[in-house]
Design a protein around this ligand. Structure first.
Ligand code: SAM
Length: 308
């Protein structure tokens, strides 16, 4: 298989390289913005689970503009290191830690964020129930840290797996936001259960005190989460978003997209810094895969320890 075969199979992968995005997921945020105007009036934004950084790139380009607006502050958090981006402060940390929330607030000089986005994903195991459960926990962790840093009225966008228990997550989100929509951008494959919740108008219950060490549901609410029938069952609208004439992420396109433009292979703009698969590559290359206690990671710190 040649290096261009992925360009053929995955049009958004190819376009991402051509437009200089670090990952194809950039298009998901761009298409969500087309539908929800996420960036209007935003000057403080947080990108949770940000590496390798394509969502941060979108935030940087859209919020700072060509001039690099000085008043805009963007913080990107990930367990993994990420190559620097203009106007983006990086925190290499875990979104489940209160110290990470404190660091974000410090960067905003005590002010709250207008927008929090999270494209966090676990390393999939292939066991669907387990993957869905871990993704749900990561989403709740993202919601938890968001309650520490988001301003009332602010917006939270996060990846969600639309599995069989998704209604419970919707109910939990609905407690904190008066409008919750589930959206599927064109660039997210139909074959994937991935979607995005767009939660608008942050308005936590009056009794809510953000607390990272307590599960969100231990607080005093007037809703019983174990009872999802009747009035407690929130029906969240589902929206396909992005221009419907946009490329179809499930289709294979020819390398030459039209008669006038010749295809040229474009290399990725920014290889990941010390990615989590680096250790596996190292072990395989040195024929160490089956040996117990084989050499440790060649990367520095804190990787693969959090909720994936
Ligand atoms: N939005 C990114 C982009 O556009 O480049 C891609 C994000 S990638 C799909 C998911 C990221 O979630 C990984 O980089 C992983 O390190 C991060 N992650 C998973 N659990 C985390 C945690 N507990 N704290 C911080 N980051 C986490």
């Amino acid at each position: 298989m040649g290096r261009s075969s992925k360009d053929k199979r995955d049009i958004y992968y190819r376009l991402a390289k051509e437009e200089g995005w670090r990952a194809r997921s950039a298009f998901k945020l761009l298409q969500l913005d087309q539908e929800f105007n996420l960036f209007t009036g935003v000057s403080r934004a947080v990108d949770l689970c940000a590496a390798p950084g394509s969502w941060s790139q979108v935030l940087s380009r859209k919020l700072r503009g060509d001039e690099g607006a000085k008043e805009v502050k963007i913080v990107a958090v990930d367990l993994q290191a990420m190559a620097p981006l203009p106007g983006v402060t990086q925190i290499q940390g875990d979104i489940t830690k209160v110290s990470t929330a404190q660091e974000i607030i410090r960067h905003f000089e005590g002010q709250a964020a207008d927008l929090v986005v999270c494209d966090g994903a676990p390393d999939v195991t292939g066991l669907h129930d387990v993957d869905e459960y871990i993704q749900a926990q990561l989403l709740l962790a993202a919601l938890n840290i968001t309650t520490h840093v988001l301003k009332p009225g602010g917006t939270f966008v996060a990846k969600i797996f639309r599995g069989k228990d998704v209604t419970l997550l919707y109910s939990q989100l609905k407690i904190f936001f008066s409008r919750v929509t589930c959206a599927k951008p064109r660039s997210s494959r139909n074959s994937s259960i991935e979607s995005f919740v767009v939660c608008q108008r942050y308005s936590p219950p009056a009794c809510y005190i953000p607390n990272m060490s307590n599960p969100l549901l231990d607080h005093c609410y007037d809703v019983d989460f174990n009872q999802l029938d009747g009035s407690n069952r929130f029906i969240v609208p589902f929206l396909a978003c992005g221009d419907l004439s946009a490329f179809d992420s499930d289709r294979t396109y020819p390398l030459q997209l039209d008669a006038d433009t010749e295809y040229h292979y474009t290399p990725p703009p920014q290889p990941p810094i010390c990615p989590s698969y680096q250790q596996a590559c190292h072990l395989r290359k040195n024929n160490l895969l089956s040996k117990e206690g084989a050499a440790g990671s060649t990367c520095s710190q804190g990787q693969n320890k959090g909720l994936y």
